[in-house]
Design a protein around this ligand. Structure first.
Ligand code: ZN
Length: 341
């Protein structure tokens, strides 16, 4: 998709969703049905944010200092959103934190620098987890070629991203269960995940179902290799009382991309120049976006960015720029070649 595609495509006059987005309808004012559906909820959003901040304060008061080693584990990519979330958890709540980076073999060199710099500056323990490349390559090259997950996932993310995030969630949850960590933190932007799910106790039954569904989406040869990374069956009984809370605080803290970048720069985080407009840490993302756009006719981040425009945390023009500019051809080529495609 190139910049002039935005001029050719009809976009919602409020949120930037394109006419190619599944299920979209525009009314007489050119506003889409998704925007209309959100109107009421948005009016109440500032009250809701206060409510959720209080809920998190209370939850943290209850658990802080009680677990043996860590109060919270953070799914840490080194990107700006997860770095900022880590900073909130450290500075506002003074939690004992473990940052886990899922090394998908496409973490950018600048992101590795940022991971080290930020965890050093905040005084946070950090580990990375990396399954062997042949397994990861098998997963991503399959996801680059076809959509293996149910349709609703495609509205919010590319198949490559969904398979990667599935692994991230599994690995941090497993660490939480094994180390008795009661909080699992994610750096979802306010457009990526709704406030309703921002503080949620994980449900072992549901997790088990999700894990099975995720695993089943893969063909047998990959499934066999992947199964070892999933939550072992015995954990659902043995650790039934350890299932943690998932939190994504950026849904209810003030969110301004430029302000966040500036604040992160103060502790040494640097904006990467080696990725694309939607990711500050992953060298696979541009290719994942391109595969999705070619197959479905809309950008896999458009749902997230449209939400942010609608919520007023991002400019409409900036959103259009992010979504309707071309993927960096160098980054696309790098990922394609590395995957042997
Ligand atoms: Zn709209």
């Amino acid at each position: 998709m190139t910049a002039n595609v935005a001029a050719e495509l009809r976009l919602c006059s409020r949120c930037i969703l394109p006419e190619t987005f599944p299920g979209i309808k525009f009314d007489g004012e050119g506003v889409c049905n998704y925007c209309r559906r959100e109107e009421k909820a948005l009016q109440k959003s500032s009250e809701k944010k206060v409510l959720y901040r209080n809920r998190l304060d209370n939850l943290i008061n209850d658990i802080k200092g009680k677990p043996p080693v860590y109060d919270a584990v953070m799914a840490y990519s080194g990107g700006k959103d997860s770095s900022y979330t880590l900073k909130i958890l450290k500075e506002r709540y003074d939690l004992r934190l473990l940052a886990i980076t899922f090394d998908n073999h496409f973490v950018s060199p600048i992101a590795w620098d940022n991971i080290r710099t930020v965890t050093d500056a905040l005084g946070v323990d950090s580990i990375s987890f990396s399954p062997p490349w042949p397994l990861v390559k098998g997963i991503f090259s399959l996801a680059a070629k076809r959509d293996i997950f149910p349709l609703p996932t495609l509205l919010r993310a590319s198949t490559i991203c969904t398979s990667c995030i599935g692994m991230v969630k599994t690995i941090v949850l497993k660490a939480a269960l094994e180390m008795k960590i009661p909080l699992v933190a994610f750096g979802w932007s306010p457009g990526q995940a709704p406030i309703q799910s921002a503080i949620m106790k994980t449900n072992p039954k549901l997790i088990r179902q999700n894990q099975m569904a995720l695993l089943k989406a893969f063909p047998e040869d990959i499934r066999d290799g992947l199964a070892a990374y999933f939550i072992p069956d015995s954990y659902y009984d043995e650790y039934a009382d350890r299932f943690p809370y998932n939190i994504h605080p950026l849904a209810f803290f003030d969110y301004d991309e430029e302000a966040i970048k500036a604040e992160m720069k103060e502790i040494g985080w640097q904006p990467p120049e080696d990725t694309d407009t939607n990711s500050t840490n992953c060298l696979l993302n541009a290719f994942a976006n391109q595969c999705h756009i070619e197959r479905h006719g809309f950008h896999p981040y458009v749902w997230e960015i449209a939400n942010m425009v609608r919520q007023g945390v991002m400019d409409r023009e900036e959103g259009i720029q992010k979504i309707y500019s071309e993927q960096n051809p160098e980054t696309v080529k790098y990922a394609k070649e590395k995957l042997g495609l």
